[in-house]
Design a protein around this ligand. Structure first.
Ligand code: AMP
Ligand code: ZN
Ligand code: FE
Ligand code: FE
Length: 287
């Protein structure tokens, strides 16, 4: 196990860059984390590892520890489930095939949503392309930014509560694996899977499904997250205590795309040490 002092906190293990739907490139995200006093940070872009190299270079020069990560899309009964994945092998063939498939479905889906929106609003596919960095994982936030640029809505939040909401006629679901498959893929790539914001507005996933995910290699839960509700967190904390699971806390920073600020929730040194000890797919990058 690496020297404890090398990964002393505070640690924030959930941040997004322009490689998915954050508004800042990886180096800038890591600089923002550093400014708030963080010593360890993970980059967890949706369904891609393409930002790792830039983030690792930035943390090294800032004297921070970098934890390679990703937020893998999954879906259960039409509901989106996010599986945070840490320290996995970025070249694992099965996981790469899955993220390739998800990203390509996201692109198709964004095109269809754009066509539907264009029937009612002055919005074109080029507007969305203009809001998306080359090669980035496309998501509704990019459509939101295009709507903001067109003056249709004020910000991402307004877009999500109107035109982009799943209840609106413009909405198209993206392809994503079921949560048990997602967890198995991450574990199979030597990584540690953690359910992101597991006690959000849509409530807890059914307990039998959580147990299936634990059997498939789920490591724990992100109990520190602004979208979690206290009642759900209480239930999951009991489960974590009973089964000695990992508990993380993180910001889910998206630059200007969300109010979330680096370090608003953090992960304890003890939990980080356990997460690192459990992983076999890739290593933290120490300064
Ligand atoms: P998608 O992956 O295309 O389904 O879009 C979901 C992403 O949009 C999530 O990763 C969130 O980070 C982001 N998101 C969801 N709701 C909001 C909101 N109200 N404001 C800003 N971003 C949001
Ligand atoms: Zn996001
Ligand atoms: Fe998420
Ligand atoms: Fe996220």
């Amino acid at each position: 196990m690496p020297d404890r002092a090398r990964f002393e906190g505070p640690s924030d293990l959930h941040l997004h860059s322009t490689h998915s739907d954050g508004t800042e490139p990886p180096a800038q995200v890591m600089a923002a984390a550093h400014r708030t006093g963080l010593r360890t940070a993970a980059l967890t872009d949706h369904d891609t590892t393409s930002g790792w190299a830039e983030a690792a270079e930035a943390t090294a020069s800032l004297g921070m520890t970098f934890i390679p990560g990703m937020e893998l899309s999954a879906r259960h009964n039409g509901r989106s489930v996010h599986v945070l994945a840490y320290l996995f092998d970025p070249d694992d063939a099965a996981l790469v095939a899955m993220t390739d498939r998800i990203r390509s479905s996201r692109l198709d889906r964004a095109r269809v949503m754009a066509e539907r929106i264009a029937r009612d609003y002055d919005l074109h596919w080029d507007d969305i392309v203009a809001q998306t960095s080359d090669g980035a994982t496309v998501g509704r936030p990019h459509i939101a930014d295009a709507l903001v640029a067109r003056g249709v809505v004020r910000d991402r939040a307004e877009a999500f509560s109107s035109i982009l909401s799943p209840g609106a006629a413009y909405y198209v679901a993206l392809f994503a694996p079921d949560p048990v498959t997602a967890v198995s893929l991450v574990a199979g790539a030597g990584g540690v899977p953690i359910i992101a914001h597991p006690a959000g507005r849509s409530g807890l996933l059914p307990m039998p499904l959580l147990h299936e995910m634990l059997d498939a290699g789920l490591g724990g839960f992100e109990l520190g997250h602004r979208e979690n509700r206290e009642s759900g967190v209480r239930v999951l904390r009991r489960l974590c205590d009973e089964r000695d699971l990992l508990v993380t806390g993180s910001s889910d920073y998206h630059g200007l795309g969300k109010p979330n600020q680096p370090g608003e929730h953090t992960t304890s040194d003890d939990m980080l040490a356990r997460l690192i000890a459990r992983a076999r797919g890739s290593a933290p990058v120490y300064a």
